[in-house]
Design a protein around this ligand. Structure first.
Ligand SMILES: NC(=O)c1ccc[n+]([C@@H]2O[C@H](COP(=O)([O-])OP(=O)(O)OC[C@H]3O[C@@H](n4cnc5c(N)ncnc54)[C@H](OP(=O)(O)O)[C@@H]3O)[C@@H](O)[C@H]2O)c1
Length: 266
């Protein structure tokens, strides 16, 4: 019987799908979510192995109604019915778009709301020991942000809140991927804040820069495979409670801490 359950957003293709494959080979049970139930079912069908279970569910992370429906209709049962398993939430779904609103909803607000709801369920049930991993990017590093973004965050002197991150106005510059860069920079800040919220329930919170990976987003010229891009996330999903808490709030790349606050490039 599997001792781990992992919830993955955007599990139907790319890094989410690769992660699902890796975790199944490590005997994790999965809640594989996708923008539509049809996509989730198709992915689950093509991954299906006899050794572990996959439950496909609909979760469109850019849609508030869908996120709230997942939080109220599915999350409580997932947590309560799997008291024998270590549960990890992986906020993987992400987009690289030119509009700030949709980028912010998908890459920042949904991970924030899902993570907080996950923590809340632990609080309600008295459960202890869990994990949250959100996909970030090297483009979230300091050197990839506009001067205005850096100034506004510096003015906060480390006192930015989750609500402020969710409501962040577009402070990106003219770079091609600027909105995406900003969203992932905010994800890194979010990771530190949620780590504090998770501590009383022994939930460790991490982010991962997967490298530049061959997926639809990364494109065919990317230097890393989708499998290697899923490695750090799978590694984190298998750490013990104690190991996770030792590194809570940390952004990882290739299983090592990424100094994203000071890095001057991706
Ligand atoms: N590939 C890279 O080089 C790279 C580098 C750094 C970080 N990342 C991050 O890694 C994560 C996965 O990227 P990827 O390379 O696998 O991207 P991808 O190939 O474009 O796949 C994105 C996944 O996210 C899902 N998704 C997007 N919007 C969604 C929504 N509103 N609701 C539900 N699912 C949604 C997609 O589902 P649909 O099929 O329905 O669109 C798809 O499953 C992202 O957060 C990305 O920012 C990737």
């Amino acid at each position: 019987m599997s001792s781990h359950l992992t919830i993955i957003t955007g599990g139907n293709r790319g890094l989410g799908y690769s992660l699902a494959k890796t975790l199944l080979s490590q005997n994790h049970s999965l809640i594989l979510t996708a923008r539509s139930l049809e996509k989730a079912k198709q992915a689950a069908q093509s991954l299906q192995s006899s050794s572990a279970s996959i439950t496909p569910l609909e979760l469109d992370v850019s849609c508030q109604t869908s996120v709230q429906s997942f939080i109220t209709s599915h999350l409580p049962q997932i947590i309560s019915q799997n008291s024998d398993k270590f549960i990890t939430l992986v906020n993987n779904a992400g987009i690289m778009e030119k509009q700030w609103d949709i980028t912010r909803s998908t890459n920042v607000i949904a991970p924030a709301d899902l993570s907080r709801a996950f923590i809340k369920e632990f609080e309600k049930s008295g459960r202890k020991g869990g994990r949250i991993v959100t996909l970030s990017s090297g483009l979230g590093n300091k050197g990839c942000q506009s001067q205005e973004t850096l100034k506004l965050l510096a003015d906060k002197q480390g006192k930015v809140t989750v609500e402020e991150l969710k409501a962040w106005k577009d402070t990106s510059d003219e770079q091609e991927t600027a909105k995406y860069n900003l969203s992932k920079h905010l994800v890194n800040y979010l990771t530190g804040l949620l780590a504090e919220e998770g501590k009383p329930f022994q939930i460790s919170v991490h982010a991962v820069d997967p490298g530049w990976c061959q997926t639809d987003m990364g494109g065919p010229n990317a230097t890393d495979s989708a499998e290697s891009g899923a490695d750090s996330t799978a590694w984190l999903a298998n750490l013990s409670v104690e190991e996770g808490l030792q590194h809570t709030g940390v952004v990882f790349k290739a299983r090592k801490e990424l100094p994203w606050r000071t890095m001057d490039h991706a």
